[in-house]
Ligand binder design. Structure first.
Ligand SMILES: [Zn+2]
Length: 204
């Protein structure tokens, strides 16, 4: 039976590179894979899924909280909904930046694993720069059959990174909105020791 997979990691853990490799492998075998991403994430252009390693592919579907899926030729006929038809011959669905999905969209992707028997692989951050779960990540953790961490090391030392440190004007920042795609900001992977050290320093 198809599963809902959650592959999470900090910034710079090559999540998107992993996603693109999975999509590439399916395509090489002439299998249909649907690449999805939240419409919210427009850093690299409307539909581009780009890895920091430089590779990119076009997303097939941009997800919003109004996205609903139809299958078996049945339309849900939700007025105002962004309806996506899911073909039976789709082998796999991969989703980038899944932390930005609404809880409802995560639930609808979960339903595809049950009613269409299509595996869904969700790639994304687990927590924001304050160290709290995103609403999307919370729902994914509730529903995923398989949860796997994509590991990377702290930018400042060699311990395992678990936080996303936000830099504003080059300095660690712990304030602001959870979803903040500002072009001037950068995020770095940080271990708990470095993260807490910066946090303590920022409070004084
Ligand atoms: Zn560190």
């Amino acid at each position: 039976m198809a599963k809902l997979y959650y592959r999470y990691g900090t910034v710079g853990s090559a999540k998107t590179l992993n996603l693109l490799a999975v999509a590439h492998n399916y395509k090489q075998q002439d299998k249909r894979v649907l690449i999805m991403k939240p419409r919210l994430d427009t850093r690299f252009g409307y539909k581009t899924v780009r890895s920091r390693a430089g590779l990119n592919m076009e997303a097939d579907v941009l997800l919003t909280e109004n996205t609903v899926f139809s299958f078996d030729g049945q339309s849900r006929e939700n007025s105002g909904a962004n309806e996506i038809f899911i073909d039976k011959d789709i082998t796999c669905i991969v989703v980038d930046e899944a932390q930005f999905l609404s809880a409802a969209t995560v639930s609808r992707l979960y339903e595809l694993t049950i009613y269409c028997n299509i595996p869904v692989l969700l790639y994304g951050l687990k927590t924001d720069f304050k160290g709290h779960l995103f609403p999307g990540s919370t729902r994914i953790l509730e529903l995923a059959d398989s949860v796997e961490e994509i590991k990377t090391t702290c930018f400042y030392c060699n311990k395992k990174a678990i936080f996303n440190l936000k830099l504003l004007d080059g300095k660690p920042c712990f304030k602001g909105k959870t979803v903040d795609l500002g072009a001037d900001e950068k995020y770095r992977p940080a271990c708990k020791f470095c993260f807490e050290k910066f946090k303590k320093a920022a409070l004084h």
